[in-house]
Design a protein around this ligand. Structure first.
Ligand code: SAH
Length: 239
């Protein structure tokens, strides 16, 4: 059994149980105020789905950032996280969540857990979330943090290109890294009536696409403009 207490390390209890000791930062009135201002900024940038904005209001972004950047957590910017990766820009998280257009209780697959921030927002939207990360250090950090915050996604250390066939079909698939092309295995794991949100393109600049599965072998796609993500890379990173 895993219990959460307060301090950043792991201890074993007398009965062999593991205690993950996780000290969450405080979520002060200052943070809450900054968060509200960020949400207004996102409304100004065209985000309309109040469910998404409400979910983002309930997830303190500064919990997911290195303390050096925590003071900038509520600016609309991407920041470096471990393993040379980035936490997505708040506008990107809002836009991808809005485009996903899922309903509470639906089965959602995220590729690229990263810091866990987008994953927490999907949990706050009421989705049943599965998330895959290829960097072990990020996978190891995201689980204890999300559990300490009370979210219960299923997290996997693996290659997102393969998806999670055992839990398919997914009502939504959200890819938070730039894919050189649309991964065919993931299309096959999308439910009929489901939607994939994916930045596609080589290098630093991609375009955001939604792909709807409208029939067993029928898909429709829509372009949602320019996007900039770290690349989707093949296979798990070596430990
Ligand atoms: N959703 C994250 C964004 C992290 S950046 C957040 O909110 O912080 C994108 C992440 O995708 C990186 O952590 C990177 O390691 C991961 N990634 C890249 N290729 C992948 C793959 N094939 N499978 C799983 N994760 C991958």
């Amino acid at each position: 059994m895993v219990k959460i207490a307060h301090n950043p390390c792991t201890l074993s209890g007398k009965d062999g149980s593991k205690f993950i000791l996780m000290q969450l930062p405080e979520d002060t009135y200052m943070h809450k105020g900054q968060r509200r201002r960020l949400l207004d900024e996102l409304r100004g940038l065209g985000i309309k789905d109040e469910r998404v904005l409400d979910a983002m209001d309930r997830v303190p972004r500064h919990f997911f950032l290195d303390s050096a950047f925590a003071q900038f957590a509520y600016s609309n910017k991407a920041f470096p996280i471990a393993a040379g990766q980035t936490i997505s820009q708040p506008h990107t998280v809002a836009k991808q969540s809005e485009l996903l257009g899922a309903r509470p209780g639906q089965n959602i697959l995220e590729i690229g857990t990263g810091s866990g921030y987008q994953c927490a927002v999907l949990c706050a939207l009421g989705y049943k979330v599965h998330s895959i990360e290829r960097q072990k250090a990020l996978f190891d950090a995201a689980g204890p943090l999300l559990r300490a915050m009370g979210w219960k996604p299923s997290l996997y250390y693996g290659d997102g290109y393969k998806g999670k066939p055992v839990f398919a079909p997914f009502d939504g698939i959200i890819i938070t890294c730039g894919a050189p092309e649309i991964p065919q295995a993931l299309l096959g794991q999308l439910a009929v009536g489901g939607r994939m949100v994916i930045p596609v393109g080589d290098g630093e600049a991609q375009r955001m696409w939604t792909i709807d599965r409208v029939g067993d072998r029928e898909f429709t796609k829509k372009d949602h403009g320019v996007a900039a993500f770290v690349p989707m890379l093949a296979a798990r990173a070596r430990d």
